[in-house]
Write a protein that binds this ligand. Structure first.
Ligand code: ADP
Ligand code: MG
Length: 960
């Protein structure tokens, strides 16, 4: 029983109020066929919509089976429409893009009936209306009558108690109308059918009750219900009428079906939506490519030019600054009215000397090693490398059996040892005859300022791996070099031969390593000096030959022998002694276990051609020096130099004089002779050794010393000394003179020739290296940003450090790359701005597209609501749909972008002239963009879909 009690409904449009229903009361039986007649605009549709729960009444009450609907909530109405009511409309209201079957299934889909059930019941309903063969057609492939039958099947599929038909034959010809009416009469057999029509003939023929409506008021009722028939009504209460709500999965499935049934439209919409995504993805790809390139370049640059802090350093920045300042001051030309001194060369020289700085690396290392310091936070992949300069020599025999010092320069033509009976080592140095040689030799030998003990130039340590990894070889090396033969060193005695990219190493090194006879080299050099034609030997050498070459390493500490007087004597330049030492247990046989070459595309080549050894060897040599006997002896007496027996750095003249005598006495005969000769050449006016570049005061001192020392040589007949006189005689004369020489002469000899050395200097010569005192520190950053941060940290360190502990270094990367960083920043900002703009544009675009697609489907929303879909269902369906479109748009966008990148890169390579910039879409970026597309589309669709859901179903259905 359905009771309409005093229902009024009015529509307000502006000031105009239309009373569509005016206090209408009508009771409908559970099983009757009611026809509502009336002219157009009399309120028939309004009444039907109120009965069906599509529209709300303003006043009165609708009582359904004794239950008042006054307090019905939305979901009660939804459930009522879904389970109790079936609608048939004049204009069929089928969803055009869904098959007949899906249209009929809709009500079941909404109530969450399973797919199989749905299909069965829908097919049954379609069979009942005689359309069993048309279930897979689209509505527009059917005639009007057939469509209306589909609508009836849809109304019936949920087996509702009430079927409401609004002018079901209004659009049909009379013949078809009859068929539909027959069908409705059939339907009305076991339920309530309320049919609106303005065709009285059909009404009177088929209906068993006629209600006439005019101007919103019931004029007549052919079979009104008596008072007794109605029961007492109860207040509205929610009664579960079964599920009337779609699950989320159903919504998605429904929207997916929707989309599938309009493929072309979906693809076009998605494509339109994807354009924004394509834009972003392309810009993202390009910026990723450019950024990678930039990062690569930065990393390469900074790997080649790390922040390098050496014990002794030229502050290039300072020197360049001064040079610039000098150049600037020259520009401010003086007026041309007299003579002006040009001081630029003096200033230049001053800037050079000012530019020399020494760094106290120990406190800096301490700072770096403190956990959590600011520098560490910005250090790149390669990390911080501490280098130590271990002291050792390496010897080998060439093919002819000649003993070769691998560091050829060291013993170059040392005539000093020849005459004292020692055999000369095969030296490779062509510059052995220069005048300064004697002195430099003296200094190096006697002060212990022995460059002597420095590792051979051809030997370089291979950068070890990052500290915590404990890898013997850094990945910087293994990434940029390949092993062409053999393998990387695995232990301290294993070394590799390093070739350049074209498999070459300098010819001199070939000789130094004994791979070619050293005699040939000397011969070649002699020819070169005498201006003769030189033939170089550049024949191929087998890898195997190089790897077989026996190399013997002598640690610095082991190149001294203890003489009878308890002093230690350096014998690293004495072939006989070296020969003996090479057989001693301390000599280390080095094995060339591999040949490596810089890769063709190597980004940095920190190893110069020659021999590469590992940090393991360095460590071993440091440990060896610490435990050596000579170091122990020196440590036992900190005041006396164990090499020459002199007291370290005396301040009184008598000790200095004694030291001078002790020094001369410690020399060999030929050394004494050369010293005597040397002093002679320094007579005033002929200050060869002092050199013109010496600061004035030093030169003056030297001159006086030479003048004083000139006497003995003259006394010993300089003529003879210079030419015919034997070394022995010269030396004797010299000694005789010295025995009675006044103290001031001895002191000046001391000042000029003798240095007592220092305790620390001696230890350093013997190869003692403090772990806390590296010879250089290299800090590798991965980006300029990180590098700048590191430099800031160092600046801060300097601000906080004592003056002598401040760190000076040259920022080569900065000198080269300053402007590049600015350009990089600009590029990055521009690209980011592009991405931002295209993001906004694409969001707006997607929003508009979704909005239009929702507007366009208002009718469909009305149909869904009439079928009992809740507001939430409607918005879910729409959101699912927009979500799917967003996903498609994202996927299409990414796919198109990936396709475009290929020719795009080709074009870019062509115009940029480099293959190194490669636009590429990062996977994370692609995923984010797809998600973004979905989210943006959802947001774009949110407002319209809410609007759609809010729409009054009655109004929605009236929309054409
Ligand atoms: P019928 O179906 O009998 O032709 P309706 O029920 O559709 O009549 O309409 C009844 C009256 O209410 C009409 O005068 C119509 O103009 C008015 N009306 C119906 N719907 C609306 C609406 N959404 N807004 C304003 N007026 C409306
Ligand atoms: Mg109407």
């Amino acid at each position: 029983m359905l009771q309409i009690k005093d229902i009024s409904k009015q529509y307000k449009t502006g000031d105009f109020v239309q009373r569509a229903l005016d206090d209408v009361s009508l009771t409908l039986r559970d099983n009757e066929f009611v026809a509502i007649l009336g002219p157009s605009g009399s309120g028939k549709t309004t009444l039907l919509n109120i009965i069906g729960g599509l529209d709300r009444y303003d006043q009165g009450d609708l009582v359904i089976n004794g239950i008042s609907t006054k307090q019905y909530k939305d979901r009660d109405w939804d459930s009522y429409r879904n389970h109790t009511v079936g609608f048939v409309f004049q204009s069929y209201n089928l969803i055009p893009h869904q098959s007949v079957l899906s249209n009929v299934e809709l009500a079941l889909t909404i109530s969450g009936v399973s797919r199989v059930d749905r299909r069965r019941r829908a097919t049954e309903a379609l069979n009942k209306v005689g359309l069993g063969e048309h279930i897979n057609k689209k509505p527009n492939q059917l005639s009007g009558g057939q469509m209306q039958r589909v609508a009836i099947a849809r109304a019936l599929v949920n087996d509702p108690r009430i079927v409401l038909a609004d002018e079901p034959t209004g659009a049909l010809d009379s013949e078809t109308s009859v068929q539909i009416m027959d069908l409705l009469r059939e339907v009305a057999k076991d339920r309530l059918v309320v049919m609106v029509t303005h065709n009285p003939e059909l009404a009177y023929e088929y209906a068993n009750r006629i209600v006439e409506l005019k101007d919103g008021v019931i004029r007549s009722d052919s079979r009104p219900v008596e008072r007794e028939e109605t029961g007492d009504e109860t207040a509205a209460m929610h009664r579960r009428m079964g599920k009337a709500s779609m699950s989320f999965a159903t919504s998605v499935a429904l929207s997916f079906n929707n989309l599938r049934s309009k493929k072309a439209r979906t693809i076009l919409t998605s494509f339109a939506g994807s354009i924004g995504i394509i834009g972003i993805a392309l810009i993202l790809s390009v910026s990723t490519g450019v950024n990678r390139y930039i990062t690569d370049i930065q990393k390469e640059t900074l790997t080649s030019y790390p922040i390098e802090i050496n014990e002794q350093t030229f502050d290039m920045n300072k020197i360049l600054d001064t040079a610039q300042a000098t150049a600037d001051s020259k520009e401010h030309a003086k007026p041309r009215n007299g003579i002006y001194p040009d001081d630029s060369s003096i200033k230049g020289a001053a800037s050079l000397t000012n530019g020399i700085a020494s760094n106290n690396l120990s406190p800096f290392k301490q700072y770096l090693d403190k956990p959590g310091n600011e520098v560490r936070a910005h250090v790149g992949d390669v990390g911080i490398q501490y280098s130590y300069a271990p002291k050792f020599s390496v010897f080998t025999h060439d093919a002819k059996g000649t003993l070769v010092d691998v560091d050829g320069v060291k013993v170059g033509g040392s005539s000093v040892t020849t005459e004292s009976g020692a055999s000369t080592l095969a030296g490779l140095d062509s510059s052995s005859n220069d005048i300064g040689h004697f002195q430099s030799l003296q200094i190096s030998k006697l002060t212990g300022k022995a460059d002597n003990n420095k590792a051979p130039a051809a030997f370089a340590e291979i950068m070890p791996g990052r500290h915590p990894d404990k890898q013997p070889i850094s990945s910087v090396i293994t990434d940029n070099y390949q092993v062409v033969k053999g393998h990387w060193p695995k232990s301290s005695d294993q070394v590799v031969l390093v070739l350049d990219k074209s498999n070459q190493i300098p010819l001199a090194q070939i000789y130094e390593l004994g791979l070619l006879p050293s005699a040939d080299y000397n011969d070649m050099m002699n020819r070169l000096q005498s201006g003769e034609k030189v033939k170089t030997n550049t024949d191929r050498i087998d890898y195997a030959k190089a790897m077989d070459q026996p190399l013997t390493l002598l640690p610095a500490a082991d190149q001294y022998v203890k003489d009878g007087d308890g002093r230690y004597r350096y014998v690293g330049d004495d072939a006989t002694e070296v020969g003996k030492l090479m057989d001693s247990p301390n000599a280390m046989k080095l094995h060339v276990v591999g040949v490596i070459r810089a890769n063709e595309d190597a980004k940095t080549t920190p190893l110069t051609p020659g021999i590469g050894y590992t940090r393991m060897l360095t460590d071993e040599l440091i440990a060896h020096a610490d435990s050596s006997q000579i170091v122990a002896s020196q440590k036992a007496d900190r005041t006396r130099n164990i090499l020459n027996g002199m007291t370290f750095a005396p301040s009184d003249d008598s000790t200095k004089a004694a030291n001078a005598k002790a020094y001369v006495a410690s020399l060999s005969v030929s050394q004494q002779a050369s010293m005597a000769k040397n002093i002679m050449t320094q007579t005033p006016g002929g200050m060869g050794a002092a050199g013109p570049s010496q600061p004035a005061d030093v030169t003056a001192q030297r001159n006086s010393a030479a003048g004083a020392a000139g006497n003995p040589a003259a006394a010993a007949n300089p003529q003879n000394a210079a030419s015919g006189m034997g070394e022995q005689q010269t030396a004797d004369a010299f000694n005789r003179y010295l025995a009675t020489a006044p103290e001031n002469v001895l002191v000046s000899i001391y000042n000029q020739y003798v240095s007592t050395g220092t305790y620390d200097g001696n230890l350093a010569d013997f190869g003692v290296i403090g772990r806390d005192a590296p010879s250089s520190i290299k800090i590798y950053a991965d980006s300029f940003e990180a590098k700048n941060a590191i430099e800031d940290a160092i600046r801060k360190y300097n601000d906080g450090a004592k003056k002598k502990d401040r760190i000076v270094y040259t920022d080569y990367a900065g000198l080269m790359m300053n402007s590049v960083t600015t350009i990089i920043n600009v590029i990055t900002y521009v690209l980011s701005a592009f991405v931002g703009v295209s993001l906004v544009v694409s969001s707006i675009m997607i929003g508009i597209i979704t909005y239009i697609s929702v507007l366009e489907r208002t009718k469909e929303i009305g149909i869904l609501r009439a079928m009992g879909a809740s507001k939430r269902n409607v918005s879910t369906v729409f959101n699912a749909e927009t979500g799917i479109i967003g996903l498609c748009a994202g996927l299409i966008g990414i796919a198109v972008t990936l396709l475009l990148i290929v020719p795009g890169n080709a074009v870019m390579h062509h115009f940029m002239g480099t293959n190194r910039v490669n636009a590429m879409l990062p996977v994370s970026g692609a995923i984010i963009l797809i998600v973004l597309s979905v989210v943006l589309t959802l947001i774009g669709g949110l407002i319209p879909s809410r609007k759609a859901a809010r729409q009054d179903p009655a109004t929605a259905l009236r929309t054409e």
